[in-house]
Design a protein around this ligand. Structure first.
Ligand code: WT7
Length: 651
């Protein structure tokens, strides 16, 4: 696997900005259609006037952020809000804090002490409830347990768990003691997990026996067992045993029971004093070339950025019931299930559930039962709901909903309208939030109370300077397309790529003076931004970010495959599906059997989310004279569109 990565990486370093621009020229036909929310939304919103808030930010960016940061508790105040030493930024310099103090202790001291922090829902409707007090206690027990097994400040801990409260408790426990968590989504397979454990040099892996999905149990611990075979950094594996009737057996040399680890530890665990710029976590995201990148986020700025957006974008109030349907294994879960909403003191719903199991009413049943008021989900789920029809939500009383959100990929106008009408009752504002693992926090949206424009995420939120530019960094004329960039550093931005600072610098060096997001976008005449999709080799499948390089290297690691190229094909439900073009090694012949073997191979290596839907065996792949595969030529051919400039194509 690792050597395969190297091959892929070497053949694929390329400059996608230059490759893309020739073939990208979008002219927007503007048919301005807006939805205006009821004025009461604006009246009560945390940000009541977008334009005014944005101007306030521009007038004094540092004071804008300092004002927000002062709402949180710091052990020691900062002596400087921001330091920008291009391309490196630091925020709240000299300050000391612990994010869990703000997510827990800060509330324990107030009326929120007995407020519900977490409501967990299982597939069968089981419920577990944590008040802020209870969560605080459990986090401290877990933190003390981790200390007991040797975890220290700065150590990396890999969390590979299903969506249960313990997953969040483990994250917060790491943050409590200054350990750096690296959460790996429970749907990833052996090699994907192994690569992430090794890259981070994780000392401890926290997992569970099983995850539950669509009525079936999925073995997680067995994946961990395989994934740590070539992972010398791992000293201990902590196992949450959910199956009480027949508890899974543990290997005492390396494995320890989650409960046992915490039992008998002291009740108190004072928060570790962290410097504002100390790392808080690493989270891997697909690279457009080569292996996934370990995005590094730090304590102070990330806390301020996620706190601010949770409050102002979702407009969370003390009596809201907030539900984000993502998994904490993605950045959406880190920022908008765990850190942001808890810093705000919200009541957060988490559910180990899928939108269509046991039936397509599963989400609306939860909204009804728990009285969810703020709801955040992905376009792929909305499109699925659209397909099965509005009879499903209409079976439930979902009138508690007040604010709707969307994230992960473009929310197309049809999906926006359906969401607005059938879930939002023609009344709830929709915040279509554009951001990334790298940005840590939401960056572009339409703030509550502002008029919404279907198909357009909106404008940069106050505090953020975003634009659409050409490859020289010059803003495009309204109505035309270009690259989505961020022009000024922001508090929750990534600080580096773990062990690969060169890759970090590339974000800021691709287009002069800008952070290049990797997305193509169009700017409307009203300044609203429409995000079109990735400009690079990342494919977004059901809202999950998948690197072509990662899938190709998994395919090439199969004995039958000599060369692989994968592309994304537009799909009405999933956004995209993956199609692979493969050259077989001598001695292997194309067959349907081999196709299904290869798909299974990717499933086991990377996990179900990265499985190609289609495989085509080919004799040759289109390449440049220097040997780089031209995926856009494959894609254009597949879709029957103009391949753009092919002058570099080899004969
Ligand atoms: C990529 C980042 C950030 C949480 C989930 C994904 C796409 C994200 C939107 C949106 C259009 C969006 C972009 C971005 N994306 N939100 N509202 N409209 N596209 O995080 O896995 O780091 O993926 O998701 O292409 O670059 P991620």
């Amino acid at each position: 696997m690792h050597s395969a990565y190297r091959d892929v990486q070497e053949t694929k370093e390329r400059d996608w900005v230059n490759e893309m621009t020739e073939s990208f020229d979008v002219k927007l036909v503007e048919q301005a259609k807006y939805y205006t929310p009821d004025p009461s939304y604006r009246e009560h919103a945390w940000t009541q006037n977008y334009t005014q808030a944005y101007e306030e930010f521009l007038a004094d960016p540092e004071e804008f952020w300092a004002k927000i940061a002062r709402h949180l508790e710091w052990f020691k105040p900062w002596n400087k809000v921001r330091e920008w030493d291009y391309p490196y930024a630091k925020w709240f310099l000299g300050a000391q804090l612990n994010i869990t103090h703000n997510c827990l202790d800060r509330h324990i001291e107030t009326h929120r002490r007995n407020k519900v922090a977490l409501i967990w829902r299982g597939e069968e409707g089981e419920e577990r409830i944590y008040t802020y007090m209870k969560l605080y206690r459990e986090v401290m027990r877990c933190a003390n347990g981790l200390k007991r097994i040797g975890v220290q400040k700065g150590d990396r801990v890999c969390i590979y768990m299903p969506m249960v409260p313990e997953q969040i408790i483990a994250m917060l426990a790491c943050a409590r003691i200054g350990a750096v968590h690296s959460v790996v989504f429970g749907g990833f397979g052996v090699n994907a997990l192994n690569m992430r454990i090794n890259d981070a040099d994780a000392k401890v892996v926290i997992t569970a026996d099983v995850a539950i999905r669509r009525g079936k149990t999925i073995q997680l611990k067995t994946t961990v067992e395989e994934a740590i075979i070539n992972a010398p950094s791992v000293e201990k594996v902590v196992v949450l045993r959910r199956e009480k009737d027949q508890p899974v057996e543990l290997h005492p040399e390396i494995e320890i029971d989650f409960e046992e680890m915490m039992n008998g530890t002291p009740k108190e665990c004072p928060p570790e004093v962290m410097d504002s710029e100390d790392p808080l976590f690493i989270l891997y995201t697909s690279g457009s070339t080569g292996p996934p990148k370990g995005i590094v986020h730090t304590c102070g700025g990330y806390m301020v950025g996620t706190y601010y957006t949770s409050l102002h974008v979702f407009d969370i109030k003390d009596n809201d019931v907030y539900w984000c349907t993502a998994d904490p294994g993605w950045i959406t879960g880190h920022s908008y299930i765990v850190y942001g909403p808890l810093a705000v003191g919200a009541t957060v719903v988490i559910a180990e559930t899928t939108p269509d199991y046991p039936d397509p009413g599963s989400f609306w049943r939860i909204v009804q039962d728990l009285g969810v008021t703020v709801f955040y989900t992905a376009p792929t789920a909305i499109r699925m709901f659209m397909k099965v029809g509005e009879t499903w939500p209409s079976k439930y009383d979902i009138r508690s909903l007040r604010v709707l959100g969307s994230v992960g990929e473009p929310l197309n106008p049809e999906a926006f309208e359906w969401y607005y009408k059938f879930i939002g009752d023609n009344r709830c504002p929709i915040v279509d939030t554009w951001w990334q693992t790298e940005t840590g926090m939401q960056m572009i949206t339409t703030m509550i109370g502002e008029r919404m424009r279907p198909g357009f995420a909106g404008k940069p939120i106050p505090g953020i300077v975003a634009d659409v530019v050409n490859k020289e960094g010059i803003p495009v004329a309204p109505g035309t397309g270009g690259f989505l960039v961020i022009k000024e550093p922001w508090p929750a931005m990534l600080r580096t790529v773990f062990k690969n600072d060169e890759r970090y610098r590339k974000y800021w060096e691709t287009i002069p003076g800008c952070y290049t997001a990797g997305d193509l976008a169009v700017k409307g005449h009203d300044g609203y931004i429409m995000v079109i999709g990735r400009a690079d080799d990342i494919i977004i499948v059901s809202g999950h970010n998948i690197g072509t390089a990662e899938v190709e290297s998994a395919l090439v690691s199969h004995q039958a495959v000599a060369e692989a190229a994968v592309i994304g094909k537009p799909d009405p439900m999933k956004g995209n599906t993956i199609k692979a073009f493969l050259i077989l090694r001598v001695g292997h012949t194309p067959s349907d059997r081999l196709k299904s073997d290869l798909i299974y191979h990717v499933r086991m290596t990377l996990g179900p989310i990265a499985m190609p839907q289609e495989i085509e065996f080919v004799e040759k792949l289109p390449k440049t004279r220097s040997g780089k595969i031209m995926r856009r030529v494959l894609k254009a051919k597949e879709l029957g569109i103009d391949p753009g400039d092919i002058s570099t194509l080899e004969e």
